[in-house]
Write a protein that binds this ligand. Structure first.
Ligand SMILES: Cc1ncc(COP(=O)(O)O)c(C=O)c1O
Length: 410
């Protein structure tokens, strides 16, 4: 594989037209951090300016009726639903991921048929683990979080005492993906429900919530989905659970008739009841710029390109940097891979600092792993070639050992 072969892949790429829909950095920087923060849609600056001048200044409170502020969460949810195999009307955009995890895990706990355990694994993201542990303190019927130390332990541990199996679809460190259909099957056979965190999946790898028979899902908006820094998160409830009870937080946006200002709470039909209070209107406006792009994207082409970018990254890391001490940690089998490629090097921290100086933005996780998150809509195959050529240079000339790279940022 060489640069010319990568350029040929770019010429044949059916998604290449989407690159121009995102801002390119002024400097010659290659951003490989889609697993942390996605690129900005080009429409954001103008949209925000017109939001401020035409809506906030001119409309003020009338914006609630004359602008789609209240409709945006549903519009965004519908625009991204196909990326996760969720039906329209079932994806609710609100709050942040942690709050949605709390809302949904509690709801799932109450909707369970039996069991006393929330079963998870230590590869789950810390906030996910904390939310599960916190539930044990917050509720009288004391759900207990059991944190398995390996994937095989989790699979063998699913049993009659399991109430909810609670996992991140793709591991935030290694990028390892769970077989969602298999876990859903095992959980249901034991009478348990499943809650999936899709933060490292949606917008990158195939997700089929209905087809794989999941129960609940949550994910963030700011990574692959390009919803903007601190952008709102989303949640999904399988329609069979949508009417099972009141939401965890009974807010007015989840009321059957918001502007009736009724004294008594009555839940909205469907998943919309999990909306809480006033939507984050400005943040939604930013996320909506990305949603306009997503609704045009054929998810099968997206997933195929993501797979090809991942295969190329692994091949080039091994070909160009394997002899220089790089080991790929992410599974080779695409069906087991998440949105990013993880690899290790004994000097990973200083290497990631040297990469930043060379204009390659990945991320570092202690003690010795690096991650390249692959955003299929705006990354080219040649970008991957160039990024790995720069990595090779840093390793070859031992630049990463310079004093100035030893102070490592997170
Ligand atoms: C898998 C996963 N879940 C949850 C979060 C955090 O969610 P939030 O800060 O939006 O609550 C992250 C953040 O990186 C994450 O990677």
């Amino acid at each position: 594989m060489d640069r010319a072969a990568c350029q040929r892949l770019d010429q044949e790429d059916p998604l290449s037209r989407f690159r121009a829909r995102f801002m390119s950095p002024k400097k010659d920087t290659i951003f490989l951090d889609a697993n942390s923060m996605g690129a900005m849609p080009v429409t954001v600056p103008e949209r925000l300016t017109s939001f401020c001048t035409d809506q906030w200044v001119e409309l003020r409170r009338q914006g609630w009726t004359h602008s789609p502020w209240l409709q945006r969460p549903g519009q965004i949810g519908d625009a991204i639903a196909h990326l996760m195999g969720a039906g329209e009307g079932n994806v609710v955009v609100s709050d942040n991921t942690t709050v949605n995890l709390y809302k949904i895990l509690t709801y799932a706990w109450r909707a369970r048929s039996s069991g006393t355990l929330i079963l998870t694994e230590d590869g789950n993201f810390p906030t996910d683990l904390y939310v599960a542990q916190g539930l044990g303190h917050a509720h009288q019927d004391q759900p207990k979080a059991h944190v398995c130390s390996s994937r095989s332990e989790l699979v063998s541990r699913i049993g009659a005492d399991t109430a909810v199996v609670y996992l991140s679809h793709a591991d935030y460190r290694t990028g390892e993906r769970w077989d969602m259909a298999d876990i859903n099957r095992r959980a249901h056979a034991a009478g348990a429900l499943t809650v999936w965190d899709l933060s490292h999946s949606t917008g990158a790898i195939p997700v089929d919530l209905i087809g794989d028979d999941a129960d609940f899902a949550v994910g963030c908006g700011y990574k692959y989905l390009s919803g903007g820094p601190g952008g709102p998160a989303y949640l999904w409830v399988h329609p069979r659970h949508a009417e099972k009870g009141w939401p965890t937080i009974c807010g007015w946006m989840g009321h059957r008739d918001v502007f009736a200002f009724a004294t008594k709470y009555e839940p909205l039909a469907g998943a919309g009841r999990h909306a809480t209070g006033t939507p984050a209107v400005i943040a939604d406006e930013i996320f909506f710029c990305a949603a306009e792009i997503w609704q045009e994207v054929d998810q099968n082409l997206l997933w195929a390109k993501h797979q090809a970018l991942g295969d190329l990254t692994i091949e080039l890391l091994e070909q160009e940097c394997g002899p220089l001490g790089v080991t790929v940690n992410t599974p080779r089998d695409y069906r087991q891979r998440g949105g990013h490629i993880g690899f290790s090097h004994p000097g990973a921290g200083p290497v990631s600092e040297a990469l930043l100086e060379a204009g390659v933005v990945g991320s570092f996780r202690r003690p010795n792993s690096l991650r390249f998150g692959l955003g299929p809509l705006y990354l080219s195959f040649e970008d991957i070639w160039e990024a790995i050529a720069r990595l090779r240079q840093i390793l070859e000339d031992n630049r990463w050992q310079d004093e100035r790279f030893q102070q490592v940022s997170v």
